[in-house]
Design a protein around this ligand. Structure first.
Ligand code: ADP
Ligand code: MG
Length: 435
């Protein structure tokens, strides 16, 4: 049911989509009944694409079609349709490497920039669950398996140099999506840019401070360089809690259209950043008595376990089967070699941890001063309260980015997050904050 390249691109509205799907025997059989009876609903709440849920008597599917522009902004911001090809390629690769953790691809049409996927139901976007104060007991195990397996098996630790370079080449054309990240995450929040916004007036002076903070500018530029120039592994590229769909017992990673070969810490940092933002935002959301502390405790525990379990699984994969061209076994023979290699593995993870901390910081700052915000903060109606939550997150992020080396372990990160509840300390730092 895949590989159809026939036809020219056109945006498929409901009627066209019905006809198109009716012409694909496998999908027609899966949906069941007459095509006229299928319900078709556009549910895309993302920034870039159209997503339709199609349901028939026999079952349902999700259909994602790329638009030739950024949905959030409109036709004035063109974006290549080829991103649908890279998303399809990444989904297929992730399905092999991390079975059961991404939606199955049922059909893809490159010309139409269209992918038909398994319908995830009753899964919801994890970010929505976090805003509602829900805890997800499966999350740590699933997301760390996803990260460890997709990153390890596409790295030089697992692949031959030739395979690795073929992989880089296969995704190298996705540079327009990388450029979005390079601009919106690593550049615009630190300068005057038309698309920036923040919780004004409370964060005005903090925004100005960021624009004049040369240590921060150096740090974010180093991260940008690492993002551009370190093809360590196949990244998801946008691994925030809005790209994860969950139930209490299942986790699925969606939306890898930003996939490319980049630094691993960008993915692990994205997960941690979004959990930390959920933590800082929690105080601004309605929670039943007693549930707030439990939720916030769970989030910080999750931050810690996401890193420790990811590191453990990644190291286990490395110890069990390093078939790649990096660290040739012939250089690490005997007990002495084994011991030295194990020390080096620990050092490798320590470097990856520092990258993770830095990239997490960049992901936090962009959600507070850049174009794309998140509902964790946005749904805090009282702008003053929102600003306080955001300022706490920014203060942590600034430290994580500039003083990265002082965060030796993940407990240093969660410890610092906990401390930032002290609002008096915050007010000294930012006199514009309310109350
Ligand atoms: P975008 O690339 O525009 O951000 P997403 O891939 O994030 O698009 O999808 C947008 C929304 O569509 C998601 O937030 C989710 O609600 C819904 N969605 C996407 N894929 C599926 C799926 N396989 N099953 C059910 N809903 C989905
Ligand atoms: Mg999305």
């Amino acid at each position: 049911m895949s590989g159809d390249r026939a036809g020219h691109y056109r945006i498929l509205h409901e009627g066209d989509l019905r006809d198109y799907l009716a012409g694909l025997s496998g999908l027609r059989a899966l949906l069941g009944g007459e095509p006229a009876s299928w319900s078709i609903t556009e549910v895309g709440d993302g920034n870039l694409n159209l997503v339709f849920i199609v349901k028939g008597a026999g079952g349902g599917i999700a259909v994602k079609q790329a638009l030739p522009y950024v949905r959030l902004v409109g036709e004035s911001w063109p974006l290549p349709l080829s991103r649908a090809h890279y998303e399809y390629l990444a989904l297929s690769r992730q399905a092999q490497l991390a079975p059961g953790l991404v939606p199955a691809v049922l059909h893809h049409n490159d010309a139409l920039a269209l992918t038909v996927m398994e319908l995830l139901e009753p899964h919801i976007i994890m970010r929505k669950g976090l805003v509602a104060g829900k805890q997800y007991p499966r999350f740590v195990d699933d997301i760390t398996a996803f990260m460890a397996r997709t990153l390890f098996f596409t790295s030089d630790l697992a692949l031959s140099a030739a395979e690795k370079k073929e992989g880089i080449a296969a995704f190298a054309g996705n540079h327009a999506l990388c450029k979005i990240t390079e601009d919106l995450i690593f550049t615009d929040p630190y300068r005057i840019a038309e698309q920036n916004r923040w919780t004004a007036p409370y964060l005005d002076s903090l925004a100005a401070e960021l624009r004049n903070d040369m240590e921060l500018h150096v740090s974010v530029s180093r991260l940008k360089l690492k993002f551009m120039a370190s093809p360590e592994a196949l990244l998801h590229g946008d691994l925030h809690t809005g790209s994860i769909m969950v139930t209490e017992s299942e986790t699925r990673v969606i939306d890898p259209e930003f996939a490319f070969y980049g630094p691993m810490g960008f993915d692990s940092g994205a997960v941690l950043a979004n959990l930390l933002m959920a933590y800082f935002a929690s105080v601004g959301h309605e929670r039943a008595a007693g549930e707030r502390a439990a939720f916030e405790g769970w989030v910080l525990e999750t931050v810690e376990k996401v890193w420790t379990e990811f590191a453990r699984k990644f190291l286990d994969l490395w110890r069990a089967g390093a078939t790649g061209d990096a660290y040739p076994p012939s250089l690490f023979t005997g007990d002495k070699g084994a011991a030295r290699l194990e020390t080096e593995r620990q050092a490798y993870m320590q470097r990856l941890f520092a990258d993770t901390v830095g990239f997490a910081a960049a992901k936090i700052i962009r959600r507070i001063f850049g174009l794309a915000h998140n509902i964790d903060f946005e749904l805090i109606e009282d702008a003053g309260k929102r600003a306080v939550s955001e300022a706490r997150a920014v203060r942590l992020a600034r430290a994580m980015m500039v003083e990265t080396a002082t965060f030796r372990t993940i407990a240093d990160v969660t410890g610092a997050a906990r401390k930032l509840r002290d609002a008096r300390e915050l007010r000294e730092w930012m006199p514009d904050l309310p109350g």
